[in-house]
Ligand binder design. Structure first.
Ligand code: ARG
Ligand code: ZN
Length: 852
């Protein structure tokens, strides 16, 4: 369908020209902002010097003036840019000047220069700069930027260091060459929460978090996270900050989480603002991780950027990997790993096993904004984790040093990245590279045997077909294994087996008795492990495994096996799982955060994925019902111990967001949710009434909604938080997330009529429409009312904000899993979307790919 419009990796060519310097002047006005640009250009020797036309990207710009070396040229712009014929250009360097007019106030796509609550702000990644001025808007064109901002607002910010300012104007200079996607400008009535920082070599940096007046008191945690991130990157990667200021701005209307613009990070306000009263423990953890992520991009993304957008994982996979390491160091590696794998399976495995599967480094795209995916980010990080496991920590550190040395100031590729590992280790990574070029989640089957003291593990890997990739080769799989003896002692400590063949066996000799293998420790490779294990063996691993990830995974597998049997055969929860879970829950030697994770039942969507992968057609209503029965059985079993457990986890003293306190709250709230199933919500009602922090407030409210109660509490919550956008997002989302399947569409429809359902705000849209898509049984209920409702809203949003609409269309990506009726209904919805006149390129590509 869209073949003709696809951009291909194979077509890459360097740009015809080099840009040495960019000078921009902005005269801000809501409906008529003037942008003057002066570009110092010269022919690119890599394209054989001169003789090329100059092609600049530009969209929605009103061109007012155009001159080369001071000589005015007639304007010849089209819908996507401007071409100046080689005949009009001198042979050597020249200066191009343009002036354009744009209207930030009418920019509802939130890409380019737009307005949010009276504040001007920008989002240029991936291709938003072309909506600001005519420019070679591609990441391999790196230039120095000098920016003058004129506007009648107290705070005027851009990238780099401040040069000069006066009433109504400010000038900024960024000494580091950068691609246009890292450009940023902010202007508004903002207040700063500030702190000083001195880098390890003695550079003083002014740190500022800019927020709307009134929000200054909610910046402390983000600032603390920033300072810890800066110290960590110095200590762990030897990377220092490189400007005199580091500015962060919180914006309410933002399509994504945050953006790493050089020296001027722009954040979705929900990932900056936090106080104990307004933010949950999960919010605090996410803020810490995203502040770190954007800060770490200063080296992995900004100093070394991507040659083209096919290399997006070069910066995103590595930066996610780094922020995961950081969060593990700040909190608990075991808990962080479990949470990351839960997320990976929920989002990336889901993507990889459906019609939107694509490689970590794709070969073509229509709209690059559709490729900011779990595969690029999270699988991209997993691939780096595997690489590190294969080469070892020291070699990893040396490879990274070489990477930073060699490519600083450059726009690099995955080939460059792999080359530093090949050179530091002498390894050939040709086969490993398949992880970047081939999509799909490998399935790894394992069997074992024991004879005469020799224990052998047999593995077989299968690499399933994905769209456009019918056949693929074997992957390099680092399989971390440990062996446990019959009494639970570890007889062989963690060993990394390196599998490179489709089938491979590994033998361990000299064992007195048949061991039980703990396989894929730490989730050492992003695969689906298929292994027949008796429930008592899983329970044994849950009790004895020394690897915390696999200890959790054993309990998880026990629960999933049971839940699958409950769905398929109507079985009842047996003693294996209940006994095992009771032991873990009441084991005070285990981290409360870990125990809370063990109590979390597999999600409905996770079960649908698992059942589908094992050859069943998942029935959403049956999964929902079985999961409810499972929760009820667990609540009955643990009932007697719950009040004591809850009481023992009370935190005296004021709220602190640290991991230890958060873990205790998590376990307490997990216990409260179970208790609510047997006490009618009495304890949760009391907890809600007495809550002095948002974690408790939302936690207790969730317990009540989960048992079909909590209407009075919802009303009180709304009355208390009506004026707070970020908190009210939770209020909207919770009601839909916990709605019973047959009510989910109606609850959602009613909330879309609420006066505070500001659907043009991406956070609010996600809290309502996204929450319905996330309520598995509700989304797939009955005759497709939820499908239609979600589609209607996507089509309504698409003309205004294609990026957010297209992203949310992934609600439909799992349709091939389900029965013929549901498949037919979703196909009809996707066909209706595709047939809509004026559909965005973003949405057209997504719907087209989902239909296959
Ligand atoms: N680079 C940003 C980050 O990972 C994400 C920006 C994505 N923006 C977009 N329009 N797709 O932090
Ligand atoms: Zn990123």
């Amino acid at each position: 369908m869209t073949e003709a419009l696809a951009i291909r990796l194979a077509d890459y060519q360097p740009y015809t020209h080099l840009v040495d310097q960019v000078s921009l002047t902005f005269r801000l006005a809501p409906t008529a902002t003037r942008v003057k640009a002066r570009l110092d250009l010269r022919p690119n020797p890599a394209r054989g010097g001169g003789g090329h036309d100059l092609r600049l990207d530009g969209e929605g710009l009103r061109l007012l003036a155009l001159a080369v070396d001071g000589r005015a040229l007639a304007a010849r712009s089209d819908a996507t840019g401007l071409t100046i014929s080689a005949a009009d250009l001198p042979d050597g360097p020249f200066v191009l000047e343009t002036e354009v007019e744009i209207a930030p106030e009418g920019n509802t796509a939130l890409e380019g220069l737009y307005m949010s609550n009276g504040m001007y702000c920008t989002q240029c990644e991936a291709e938003g700069f072309r909506k600001i001025t005519f420019y070679p808007d591609r990441p391999d064109v790196m230039a120095r930027f000098r920016v003058r901002v004129e506007g009648d607002l107290p705070v005027l910010l851009s990238n780099g260091n401040p040069v000069a300012q006066g009433p109504g104007w400010a000038e900024w200079d960024d000494p580091w060459p950068k691609p246009a996607y890292l450009f940023a400008l902010v202007a508004g009535n903002l207040r700063a929460h500030s702190a000083p920082f001195r880098t390890k070599s003695g550079r003083d940096v002014a740190l500022n978090i800019w927020v709307r007046p009134g929000d200054e008191g909610r910046c402390a945690y983000a600032m603390d996270s920033l300072i810890r991130s800066m110290l960590w990157d110095e200590q762990v990667y030897g990377r220092e900050y490189d400007l005199d200021v580091f500015n962060i701005v919180a914006v309410d209307d933002f399509n994504m989480g945050a953006m790493e613009n050089k020296g001027l990070n722009i954040f979705n306000s929900k990932f900056v603002l936090a106080s104990p009263e307004t933010a949950t423990d999960d919010d605090f953890a996410r803020i810490e991780a995203i502040i770190a992520h954007e800060y770490f991009h200063n080296w992995t993304g900004n100093r070394i950027t991507c040659r083209d957008w096919f290399q997006l994982c070069l910066k995103e996979g590595l930066t996610v990997y780094r922020d995961q390491q950081f969060s593990g160091d700040m909190r608990s590696h075991a808990v962080k790993r479990i949470e990351d794998v839960l997320m990976l399976r929920a989002r990336q495995f889901r993507e990889d096993q459906g019609p939107l599967a694509h490689a970590v480094r794709p070969e073509s795209y229509v709209e690059i904004n559709n490729f900011y995916t779990a595969t690029i980010y999270e699988k991209g990080a997993e691939v780096i984790g595997m690489l590190r496991r294969l080469v070892g920590d020291d070699a990893y550190a040396r490879a990274l040093d070489l990477y930073f040395d060699r490519h600083d100031g450059e726009a690099a590729t995955i080939e460059d990245w792999l080359a530093v590992f090949e050179e530091t280790t002498g390894r050939d990574l040709a086969q490993f590279k398949r992880w970047y070029t081939e999509a799909g989640t490998p399935r790894l089957r394992m069997t074992d045997d024991f004879k005469d003291g020799s224990y052998t593990l047999h593995f077989e890997q299968e690499n399933p077909a994905t769209p456009g990739q019918p056949v693929k080769g074997a992957k390099v799989l680092p399989i971390a294994v440990g062996l446990l003896g019959p009494n639970g002692d570890e007889v062989v400590p963690t060993t990394v087996l390196e599998m490179t063949e489709p089938r491979q066996s590994f033998r361990f000799d000299g064992l007195p008795a048949r061991p039980l293998a703990s396989v894929l420790r730490g989730f050492s490779a992003p695969v689906v492990l298929i292994r027949d294990l008796r429930p008592e063996d899983r329970a044994f691993l849950l009790a004895h495994d020394t690897d915390p990830f696999n200890k959790w995974e054993a309990g998880r597998a026990l629960a999933k096996d049971l839940l699958a049997r409950m769905v398929v055969t109507g079985a009842q929860p047996g003693p294996d799982w209940l006994d095992a879970l009771e032991r873990v829950t009441l084991d005070d030697s285990l981290d409360p955060a870990f125990r809370a994770l063990c109590l979390r039942l597999p999600s409905d969507d996770d079960m649908a994925q698992t059942l589908h992968a094992s050859g069943h057609v998942p029935d959403p209503a049956a999964i929902y019902a079985a999961r409810r029965r499972m929760g009820a059985a667990l609540a009955q079993r643990l009932a007697a111990g719950l009040p004591g457990l809850i009481a023992s986890l009370a935190e005296p003293g004021p709220f602190t967001p640290d991991a230890r306190a958060a873990g205790r709250r998590a376990l307490r709230l997990a216990a409260l949710a179970l208790l609510s199933r047997v006490d009618g919500g009495a304890a949760a009602r009391a907890a809600f009434a007495g809550a002095d922090n948002m974690t408790e407030e939302v936690g207790a409210l969730s317990c009540l909604l989960d048992i079909g109660e909590g209407q009075a509490e919802l009303a009180r919550f709304e009355a208390r938080w009506r004026a707070d956008r970020n908190v009210m997002d939770k209020w909207f989302a919770l009601q839909i997330a916990y709605a019973a399947p047959e009510r989910a569409a109606d609850v959602t429809r009613a909330l879309t009529a609420h006066p505070d359902f500001d659907w043009k705000n991406p956070n609010r849209f996600r809290s309502v429409i996204g929450a319905l898509a996330g309520n598995h049984a509700g989304f797939h209920h009955g005759e497709g009312a939820s499908y239609a409702l979600v589609a209607d809203w996507l089509l309504r949003l698409d003309p205004l904000n294609p990026q957010t609409a297209a992203r949310m269309s992934t609600a439909f990506e799992t349709w091939p899993r389900y029965d013929a009726d549901r498949q037919g209904m979703v196909r009809a919805v996707l066909e209706r979307i595709l047939a809509t006149e004026g559909l965005s390129r973003d949405m057209r590509e997504m719907a087209g790919r989902m239909l296959g």
